[in-house]
Design a protein around this ligand. Structure first.
Ligand SMILES: [Zn+2]
Length: 345
């Protein structure tokens, strides 16, 4: 696994609607693996690898959850408004990057009395986002000069790598972007046409995938994303959730789409024939770009390939390297034989 590439991807900020910096990083990578790179009106990146058909759309989203500055008070403390779904309990004492007039590191504090002055009942209350503020460690006047309402804010934490695993904020969905890039690099003798979309605004409702699918007019679509692993204490595995270290997850459904059974069967066949470890994943919550692609124009068969991930939407999103490698291998082997597919009913 190329952890240097993954690190470049996870450390570039890009909340939904403000993807400029990550788009520049991805564009440079994409140019090496496709024939042509375009953008569309919403800012999606479209990398086209020409072929004779069918046309396969891949989609991995480049945007992440984050915040917009909603208020800067007289003392220079910043209030933030969420873009995408956060659990406020995971935010207390985190560090953030504030993209103001210049980049600033912020500390997330909780608007409450210091711990030695609170009662036990007060300490039991879960914080709400309105209780949190960001301290950019500057005198009030300087903070107000550098930070404005609408500035993007992202989680900031150094990635951690071990022999087995890799953890950082924003594996969701930069690890999907990684899988897309590496599978295109690794696919041999590609005959189908591939349109590799690195989409925007997934976290606020699959918006980038929807408009890019309209433009691409694919014959089939594959979303690349993370799926929550329910293999930690407290994680009830009553539904079929993914587990770390057991290979790439083929998503059968979530609240945004039902995977096309023919594509699921094809992926299973490809995995088994090439000794790629996979698992099946099924949930009635959440969504991926597959949901946006599926409802485009007159309808598109779709499926999602997922990298099992612990602690999603926190600063510690955790993946196992072998699962990432299996996802890359399965996508590459699928693409190599995609020209054999016929998807009529
Ligand atoms: Zn995602």
């Amino acid at each position: 696994m190329d952890t240097q590439l993954l690190t470049r991807l996870v450390t570039a900020p890009g909340i939904s609607g403000y993807e400029q910096r990550i788009r520049d990083v991805v564009r440079a990578e994409l140019e090496g693996v496709v024939d042509e790179v375009r953008t569309d009106g919403l800012g999606n990146l479209l990398g086209i690898r020409r072929g004779s058909g069918p046309r396969v759309m891949l989609s991995a989203h480049m945007d992440t959850i984050g915040f917009l500055v909603s208020h800067v008070d007289d003392d220079g403390f910043i209030r933030i408004s969420p873009v995408g779904g956060f659990d406020p309990r995971t935010l207390v004492n985190q560090r953030v990057l504030v993209q103001g007039r210049r980049d600033l590191v912020g500390l997330v504090g909780m608007a409450t009395k210091p711990v030695h002055l609170t009662t036990p009942q007060e300490r039991e209350k879960a914080p709400k986002l309105e209780d949190l503020f960001v301290d950019v460690m500057l005198p009030a006047e300087e903070a107000k000069q550098n930070v404005s309402v609408g500035d993007p804010v992202t989680l900031l934490r150094e990635p951690v790598e071990t022999d087995r695993a890799y953890s950082s904020p924003y594996q969701d969905d930069r690890v999907g972007v990684y899988v897309l890039l590496e599978a295109l690099r690794g696919a041999r003798d590609l005959r189908a046409e591939v349109c590799a979309v690195v989409s925007v605004q997934e976290e606020v409702g699959l918006r980038g995938a929807r408009v890019s699918a309209f433009g691409v007019e694919p014959d089939l679509g594959i979303a690349l994303d993370v799926s929550p692993a329910a293999d930690t204490p407290g994680g009830e595995n009553r539904q079929q959730h993914a587990v770390l270290g057991k290979g790439v997850a083929i998503g059968l459904m979530d609240s945004s789409h039902i995977a096309d059974p023919r594509l699921v069967a094809r992926l299973k066949e490809r995995a088994e024939r090439n000794s790629i470890q996979y698992q099946l994943q099924l949930t009635n919550r959440g969504g991926t770009d597959a949901g946006g692609i599926q409802l485009s124009r007159a309808g598109v068969p779709v499926v999602t390939l997922c990298v099992p991930t612990r602690y999603i939407h926190t600063s510690n999103e955790l993946v196992v390297k072998s699962d990432v490698d299996e996802a890359v291998a399965l996508l590459a082997r699928f693409l190599e034989s995609a020209h054999e597919l016929s998807l009529g009913w």
